[in-house]
Design a binder for this molecule. Sequence first.
Ligand SMILES: Nc1nc2c(ncn2[C@@H]2O[C@H](COP(=O)(O)OP(=O)(O)OP(=O)(O)O)[C@@H](O)[C@H]2O)c(=O)[nH]1
Ligand SMILES: [Mg+2]
Length: 320
Amino acid sequence: MTSREPAALVELARQGSRTALARLLTYVESGGAAHRATAALAYQVSSPYVVGITGPPGGGKSTLTDQLISVALAHGSFDGSDAFDQVGILCIDPSSPFTGGAILGDRIRMQGHATNEHVFIRSMATRGHLGGLSLAVPDAVRVLGAANFRLALVETVGVGQMEVDIASAADTTVVVMNPGWGDAMQANKAGLLEVADIFVINKADRPGVRETRRDLDQMLDLGGEHEWRPVILETVATNGTGIDELWEAVVAHRRFLEDGRLEQRRRARTRAVLDEVLSATVRARVTGLDHGAAFDAQVEALLAGTTDPYRAADALLSNP
Ligand SMILES: Nc1nc2c(ncn2[C@@H]2O[C@H](COP(=O)(O)OP(=O)(O)OP(=O)(O)O)[C@@H](O)[C@H]2O)c(=O)[nH]1
Ligand SMILES: [Mg+2]
């Protein structure tokens, strides 16, 4: 494969070329003209269904994802209408700007599927994307859509704001924690409880499951009435216990989103993405003004008392 043209690559990716797909995702990570051309094509195709899997480091997300891949492929669709014969997995670690040890570990843990032609696994980093990882991920999901993927699993490590942003970009969000004190609290503080559709207490072979479930239940009660009360499941990812139930919960949540709720969610997300891209674009333009003559002139005007910072900013924006 020699083409580097996004249009040609999208066509090849649609026909099943993993090399073409990988190259398109590199464009997304890198930003610039190739990314713009890729986005122009990818956003013409509808999004795959996105299941986000997030939670503190080491909780068993990758092991769980590995198991979910098998179940998803075995079922082949949610309900017969949205058939998928391949699954795309994106692994996101916001704390490491480049492919780090954790992600290498993810690859190894999903090795059961590494050579499966129906499975595509990719770690994402950003090297120049305008809006950083939280915008690179939605773009990457759309690229998977353009390559005919109807289901994407997105694993995100950590409990910070960016993880919440990425997790909330999913259609169904699974928050993974472990038994014992701490995880539930941490996830609550980070705002993950608000975006969770399904809670998984993984490593349920260890003590403390009942306490963790109780903590979660209490926190959910405090959160008030919701149309969808998040399900709390127990799994042992290493031996597959509870995985069928997890898949059933995903299917049930997707069914709940029918009757317009999915569209509503996606519309809200689309607004958020456009808002972010708009801010990032303006920010990028403004950064370019940093040491320009016009900027210096406004600084002098400020020092001379002939303007104020708000008028100065308006002047710079209207006259870049
Ligand atoms: N006892 C037990 N160990 C588990 C279970 N699930 C996963 N593990 C182990 O926990 C460790 C971490 O699992 P991963 O799947 O890599 O966890 P992760 O959340 O993807 O980790 P990061 O991506 O590094 O945040 C591995 O050694 C797994 O074998 C489980 O249900 N029970
Ligand atoms: Mg992992």
